[in-house]
Write a new protein. Structure first.
Length: 549
């Protein structure tokens, strides 16, 4: 398969800052700012920068809404004002940055759009109905600001390939915010407990299960609720997920009411079939060898073998399992490579705690080249509402933000020497974790500007994982990169099927020896809801996309 060589200009093997966990405080009160009248534009047309944008600008306050807690932003904004005091454009721009907690963000976003609230730039997640909102004309096409010599910061931070892979309807309606195209998924576990009870090193799923079994025999003496912490918000969805390995066999997962697995032929020119858990064997029969059976159902059945290791309230609890793990209540929980770093100070609350990280996918665990099949798309984006009249000012600021490492680091890490300090050119050390907090994943992340945190470079294995994650030879370009399913013809069917998919909770190992019967029941309900219509539409659109290539 073709490697993503075009990514080389995008991702530098340098460093990473991460805190992808929702905070618990309530929504911050937003300060008042310039409230110009709002006018709705046709967002299907490309927004052209004003002719005098780069030479002059009236006094303008831009309102930016981010997801999750921001702390200490005023001092950073004031430092920005100092740095641009002599700039004829940037000196006229004032920033009003507010945030909403992640748990409330989706609802607040919907309200903001309905009321056309006074925002000029908003965080929008791909999972928050981004494509539908673009189709409805909610956001502007910002294409003209990119690959534009008048905006050199944007030009250097966003290559043509990067923008193309994240385009919607052929335009840049959403600015991608990411540092890499895969945050390696795994399990964070108590290495000190593994050693204490003489359990084998965790190198595969079999030894992970041995770890869970061994720790389960000592729950009371260790003060553990369960060996493996799971919640209704997290589930076991990633464990034994076929989506890692089958991508390398040209099998792509699409959550279209149910999870469809779409198999392509070897050269990626034809759709073989699309199958879901519970389908007749005929739908799986022509899949590649090793996948030509209902492996989706097999996984759900197999997950139930692990139910004895997880907390009994896994399906119902909304507790923050990450916080509970860090408090010493579980011996393992799901994590990603970057999230793993947030546990680095666990020994402060659990004496002698030592952590390990088990990478879930075999090929990634063995650091194999080309193991991660990617479409180069982000999950997080910044969007300019169609009714905002201040987009020139917004883009001038973003151009400044991504024009240099110094500018980017100011907003991502805070004041150098007060909040953080650099370690060489490619790493950083936090000096005061409470003085400045920025959810970089909703505002500042960019593959051009990455630093490794001190906790990464202090651990040889973690460094190896991060080096692998940022190595371009790790990635393979997926055959369906750029494809987006238009569900407009099957909206009602998708809505009903999605309800069933959520209600049946297969990823929570909930049914024991009744799992197979439950899958049949679920499948029958999906058929009644229009499964075959959705399948036909998905196959048709993917084939049309492949034919157009």
């Amino acid at each position: 398969m073709k490697k993503i060589k075009s990514l080389i200009s995008l991702l530098l093997v340098t460093a990473l800052c991460f805190s992808f966990t929702a905070c618990s405080k309530s929504e911050k009160q937003e300060t008042t700012s310039d409230t110009s009248g709002t006018t709705t534009e046709d967002s299907t047309a490309t927004v052209a920068p004003a002719e005098d944008t780069t030479s002059s600008m009236p006094e303008t306050t831009i309102k930016i809404r981010l997801m999750n807690e921001v702390v200490g932003i005023d001092k950073v904004v004031n430092e920005f004002y100092k740095r641009v005091a002599d700039d004829p454009v940037l000196s006229k721009i004032k920033l009003d940055i507010s945030y909403v907690q992640g748990a409330d963000y989706g609802d607040k976003l919907t309200l903001a759009i309905t009321a056309q609230e006074d925002y000029d730039l908003m965080f929008v997640g791909a999972w928050q109905g981004l494509n539908d909102k673009v189709r409805d004309g909610v956001f502007k096409d910002l294409s003209s600001y990119f690959n534009n010599d008048a905006y050199p910061g944007l030009q250097s931070a966003y290559s043509e390939d990067y923008l193309k892979s994240n385009s919607i309807n052929g335009g840049v309606y959403a600015i991608p915010i990411t540092e890499t195209f895969e945050d390696i998924k795994g399990i964070v576990y108590r290495e000190d407990l593994r050693k204490k009870y003489n359990l084998p090193a965790i190198v595969d799923n079999a030894t992970y299960e041995q770890y869970l079994q061994g720790v389960s025999e000592h729950l009371d003496e260790e003060g553990l609720i369960a060996a493996w912490g799971v919640s209704s918000l997290q589930g076991m969805a990633e464990f034994k997920n076929p989506g890692y390995a089958n991508l390398r066999k040209n099998i792509y997962g699409f959550p279209a009411g149910s999870m469809f697995y779409v198999a392509l032929n070897e050269d990626g020119t034809k759709v073989i079939d699309a199958a879901v858990a519970g389908d007749d064997a005929s739908h799986w029969a022509n899949f590649p060898d090793g996948y030509n059976y209902d492996y989706a159902s097999e996984r759900y059945v197999d997950l139930n073998n692990y139910s004895k290791y997880i907390n009994s309230d896994a399906i119902s609890t909304t507790d923050d399992i990450r916080a509970s793990f860090k408090a010493g209540l579980y011996a393992a929980t799901y994590s990603t490579a970057t999230e793993y770093l947030t546990y680095s100070d666990m020994a402060d609350t659990v004496p002698n705690a030592e952590l390990g990280f088990y990478v879930l996918d075999d090929a990634q665990r063995n650091f194999e080249p080309g193991a991660i099949v990617s479409n180069m798309t982000a999950w997080n984006f910044l969007c300019a509402p169609s009714w905002s009249t201040k987009t020139d000012a917004v883009m001038a600021f973003l151009d400044w933000l991504w024009s240099s490492k110094e500018n980017h680091d100011l907003f991502q890490y805070g004041i150098q020497g007060e909040d953080w300090e650099p370690i060489g050119d490619n790493a950083y050390r936090i000096l005061d974790a409470e003085s400045y907090k920025m959810p970089g994943y909703s505002f500042t992340w960019n593959p051009t500007y990455i630093r490794y945190s001190e906790s990464v470079i202090n651990n040889d294995y973690t460094t190896k994982v991060f080096d692998y994650m940022y190595d371009m030879d790790t990635y393979t370009l997926g055959k369906l990169a750029g494809f987006s399913f238009d569900n407009s013809k099957v909206e009602s069917e998708l809505a009903t099927m999605s309800t069933y998919y959520t209600d049946y909770k297969f990823d929570w190992a909930a049914y024991g020896d009744k799992t197979t019967d439950k899958i049949k029941e679920y499948h029958a309900a999906c058929v009644d809801a229009g499964l075959e219509k959705v399948r036909a539409e998905l196959i048709s659109q993917i084939q049309a996309y492949l034919d157009a290539k």
